[in-house]
Ligand binder design. Structure first.
Ligand SMILES: [Zn+2]
Length: 413
């Protein structure tokens, strides 16, 4: 049974590229390169071959009766101490989709892509290979990135035969493939499907993100001698803002589409237990599926921070870190995905994705959709990452149905 083969391959990849702490396939490093060697060996057994583009993405193509191409994506790179399913599930389910046509010619061309550096674990810039393929990558915007050892991104790329300045040229090669649809199977990495007792979900889009650093400046003072009423406590202003942001997320959430606000970092100065903090910086991450919701939530956060600053006698300034627009997947492919999930599992819950995926970059180029498999305890990016085998099997089955339906639809266009 084909879903079982996918799971067996995932286990073999994990055995080859993990240690006691989890998967170690960090992009541009030796274990990641070994994962790709492993894939080459698997492909050779099946008479297939991977070819890289100028962004370092690996493409495995099965020519069909027509050049129009259905693309199935994933990524072999992992975070340090990562899980066995994140990214690899998409690649290996794709290989299985090709495998099923072995000896025969599909009506349209099929291609599997193993994107390079989806995670951004080493240089803090995710979707690197796929943004090269979509042409959205601006080399100057990442040229200054260095890893913890001080290695520059361009050096790490060059070690792998990739020239940073040429990465966006991968778009031209992608266009020459006549891309018509992009499909990606991924684990949910969150607790929603498990809470619904569902194995498989239809992903309607990915959240947009607004990321900022807020810097509150008051006056450091002695914690023993300064009366509460006379303090200008930067931490308290930041803390009030963080609590207000939780309310903002609640206020903008609807049952159909959640809204998230997270204060994930905090630092105070002078960081002495006997001093009132004079400076406090917090990192705020906001996500929503509706562009308008994201805009209003950001405006509300600005207002809340100004109010908290005024109430504590401090100032606040905002520094923009990063943003991306929400992405809605193609309605026709979403419906095909729902049909496939319905056939395999009798329920087709639709949900948005909080994490970003390569599908966001591909949706700039062609219609795209994703399918999720449930995640045990909602965990990912850790060695505990898992999905029960029965749920994986039924989800892979649903995904292979989606591939068939998409091939049919593209052939009929
Ligand atoms: Zn992933």
């Amino acid at each position: 049974m084909s879903a079982r083969d996918v799971i067996a391959n995932l286990r073999a990849l994990a055995a080859r590229t993990s240690d006691g702490h989890g998967a170690q396939r960090v992009a541009w490093g030796p274990v990641w390169r070994d994962a790709r060697r492993w894939l080459d060996e698997l492909l050779a057994e099946k008479g297939l071959r991977a070819q890289s583009d100028v962004s370092g993405n690996n493409w495995i193509t099965l020519p069909g009766a027509r050049p129009e191409t259905v693309i199935i994506g994933g990524h072999l790179d992992s975070v340090p101490n990562g899980g066995w399913l994140d990214g690899a599930l998409g690649v290996l389910a794709g290989i299985e989709a090709l495998n099923r046509f072995s000896g025969a010619t599909p009506p349209v061309t099929l291609a599997v892509v193993d994107f390079a550096d989806e995670e951004g674990a080493r240089f803090s810039r995710g979707l690197l290979g796929s943004s090269g393929a979509s042409g959205s990558l601006v080399p100057d915007s990442v040229r200054g990135l260095v890893d913890r050892q001080g290695v520059r991104l361009a050096e790490a790329l060059a070690e792998n035969g990739v020239d940073l300045d040429r990465m966006p040229e991968a778009r031209r090669a992608l266009d020459q493939r006549h891309p018509r649809a992009y499909l990606e199977l991924h684990i949910e990495q969150g607790p929603v499907l498990e809470a619904m007792r569902q194995s498989t979900g239809v992903v309607i889009g990915t959240y947009g993100v607004e990321r900022h650093i807020l810097r509150f400046v008051g006056q450091a003072a002695h914690s023993g001698s300064t009366p509460i009423a006379m303090r200008r406590d930067a931490f308290l202003a930041a803390a009030e803002t963080a609590i207000a942001c939780r309310e903002i997320a609640r206020r903008h959430s609807t049952p159909a589409s959640g809204m998230l606000c997270t204060v994930g970092t905090v630092s105070v100065e002078p960081a002495i237990v006997t001093a009132v903090p004079g400076v406090c910086e917090i990192g705020l991450d906001q996500r929503a599926l509706e562009p308008d919701t994201l805009r209003r939530a950001l405006a509300d956060a600005h207002e809340a921070a100004s109010r908290a600053a005024a109430a504590n006698g401090v100032t606040v300034t905002w520094r923009h870190l990063w943003r991306i627009d929400p992405c809605r997947f193609d309605p026709r492919l979403v419906d095909l995905c729902a049909d496939a999930v319905q056939e395999a599992t009798e329920h087709a819950p639709r949900l948005p994705s909080g994490p970003l995926h390569d599908a966001v970059e591909m949706s700039r180029v062609m219609p795209a959709v994703m399918m999720f498999a449930r995640s045990t305890n909602g965990l990912s990016h850790c060695k505990e990452e898992d999905t029960p085998e029965a749920d994986l099997e039924v989800t892979i089955d649903a995904f292979l149905r989606l591939v068939d339906k998409t091939v049919e639809a593209v052939a009929a266009d």
